[in-house]
Design a protein around this ligand. Structure first.
Ligand SMILES: [Fe+2]
Ligand SMILES: [Fe+2]
Length: 319
């Protein structure tokens, strides 16, 4: 199902029993200072990530496994993003069992939220295990990103994909609701993002008798747009009770006064489970905890920088 959202209709994409999200890796890069040096050397935040002299030793990557339990009892699996460093992602896939699932064909698709390096450049580590896996991208993906998926070396950016994609590449139009499974829908947001990227898509899961869970990559579109879209366009959209993923609040260090205000305003959504990680940033998570928000804690293992939130190897279930 792919349905245009108009203000007068609430779109029903079905319901599921539960979703479980395993954080394969939420660490985008090792060092903020190192990342900032590379961005400065490549021309700044408005320059293209495809021509930036990234240093591979600083690369890590964002990737999660989403498992959805249907009302029929069947379990389906989607990989959300594919990380950055190929070696690092191979290790994370091995540590979380994602490698075996990919080989066995138990993960039906990769859902790429946006084309930032820390969400896309590790794709080879997926495709060398399952070259014909279905990939969902926002239709705003650049030609550079599409060439990369098809198999391209990008020496400028010290990146490459030596495992050409051989499966279906499905481009999802922003502003519409695309049902990937009963109770799981993708929605794209068209917006300019730093490093020459356009558009990010999120997932919404609708849990029977409970409400909606929003799942993000970096959340560049902002938590407000994610919540507004649900309220205006989705059935039961006023009951978003859970949130997983990156919220791009303090991705490079301190929490700015503006983003601190965003954190405070989040209180109005009365979320019941917040499993934020990645570019949410530790200072933002600490502020949420100070404000009494229900932040799901993690284990702090496998390279995670804190046990205050769901990190590498941690799993959260929304049911
Ligand atoms: Fe990111
Ligand atoms: Fe991003």
């Amino acid at each position: 199902m792919s349905t245009g959202a108009t203000p007068s209709e609430k779109i029903d994409f079905g319901a599921c029993r539960a979703i479980t999200v395993t954080c394969v890796s939420e660490i985008g890069w090792a060092s903020n200072d190192g990342l900032m040096r590379d961005i400065a050397a490549g021309g700044g935040m408005a320059a293209s990530q495809w021509h930036m002299p990234w240093r591979e030793e600083n690369a890590r990557g964002s990737c999660s496994l989403l498992e959805i339990d249907g009302l029929d009892g069947a379990r389906r699996r989607f990989l959300i993003d594919s990380g950055w460093s190929r070696d690092y992602m191979r290790a994370r896939f091995a540590a979380t069992g994602v490698d075996q699932m990919l080989r066995a064909g138990e993960i039906e698709a990769v859902f790429l939220t946006h084309e930032h390096m820390d969400h896309l450049f590790g794709l080879q580590a997926v495709l060398e295990l399952k070259p014909d896996i279905t990939i969902y991208v926002p239709s705003t993906f650049t030609d550079d990103a599409c060439r990369f998926i098809a198999g391209a070396d990008v020496p400028d950016a010290h990146a490459g994909n030596a495992a050409p994609h051989r499966g279906a590449l499905i481009r999802l139009e922003p502003g519409r609701v695309h049902a990937l499974a009963p109770g799981l829908a993708a929605v794209g947001f068209d917006l300019p993002i730093i490093l020459g990227v356009a558009g990010e898509q999120s997932l919404y899961a609708r849990i029977e008798h409970k409400g909606l869970v929003a799942v993000t990559g970096c959340g560049h579109q902002g938590v407000e747009r994610i919540m507004d879209f649900a309220r205006e366009h989705l059935a039961e959209g006023t009951q978003v009770y859970g949130l997983y993923g990156g919220l791009h609040l303090a991705p490079f260090g301190p929490l700015s006064p503006e983003k601190e205000a965003t954190v405070r305003e989040m209180g109005k959504y009365r979320l019941q489970r917040i499993a934020c990680n990645h570019c949410t940033g530790l200072p933002a998570v600490e502020r949420m905890i100070e404000l009494g928000y229900p932040v799901v804690r993690g284990s702090g293992r496998d390279g995670s920088i804190s046990d205050l939130y769901v990190g590498n190897g941690d799993t959260v279930t929304f049911d």
